[in-house]
Design a protein around this ligand. Structure first.
Ligand code: GLN
Length: 214
């Protein structure tokens, strides 16, 4: 079922700002008229109503989640159903299982998928492709940089886009489960805000904005 946009505006969007390309996400949010906040310490989470986990290096982010004290508060908020968007390393951190992560690497289990890091092999570490994504009218130009693929999707996960691997198999690269949306690639790097729009469209609105929209 395609979720319908809700009236009003989304609340404050937290962007995990420990490492990676969080500034690009904040820029895209700005271009959509949404308010973003860098999240570096637990207090930054206080009034955010959703979270973006950027691309970067998931092992480093995992380490910094521990030292910043954000690991448990974030785990709690996500378990309570906070909407989240994860791109590339962000997808890895939001997944239920990392197939070949470091043994001490954390993931939040916010979406029922298993991901394989750096799945495109050495000769294809980085590539670009135009992808058909369910819910978007025109193809999305996707930049894959040492990207993960999804090896398993749970029964409640929708696959919105796939990519053909070297061995001919189609693997999911955009998935959604309820309020959690993830992509293997970096829409934030090409300045295409449509995946962010898709994410924001179905989020709970602030009460004030909801009233204003009626
Ligand atoms: N390979 C990286 C990791 O494991 C992800 C790369 C990216 O975010 N571009 O975290």
């Amino acid at each position: 079922m395609v979720p319908q946009p809700l009236p009003g505006r989304p609340g404050l969007v937290g962007v995990l700002a420990l490492q990676g390309d969080f500034l690009e996400h904040l820029r895209l949010l700005g271009s959509l008229g949404a308010e973003g906040r860098e999240v570096r310490v637990p207090a930054d989470l206080a009034d955010v109503s959703s979270l973006i986990v950027p691309g970067g290096e998931s092992t480093t982010m995992s380490l910094l989640l521990g030292t910043s004290g954000l690991l448990e508060p974030l785990r709690r908020r996500l378990a309570e159903g906070m909407p989240a968007l994860g791109t590339c390393a962000g997808m890895i951190l939001l997944a239920a299982e990392i197939v070949d992560g470091r043994p001490d690497q954390h993931c939040f289990g916010a979406i029922d998928i298993s991901v394989r890091r750096n799945a495109f092999g050495r000769q294809r570490d980085s590539f670009e492709a135009d992808l058909d994504v369910d819910g978007l009218v025109l193809p999305l130009h996707a930049v894959f940089i040492r990207a993960p693929v999804v090896e398993r999707v749970g029964p409640d996960v929708e696959v919105l886009a796939t990519v053909r691997m070297g061995d001919g198999q189609e693997k999911p690269v955009v998935c959604r489960q309820g309020p959690v949306l993830v992509s293997s690639f970096h829409p934030e790097l090409v300045g295409d805000a449509r995946l962010h729009e898709l994410f924001l469209e179905t989020q709970p609105r602030t009460r004030k904005d909801h009233v204003r929209a009626l």
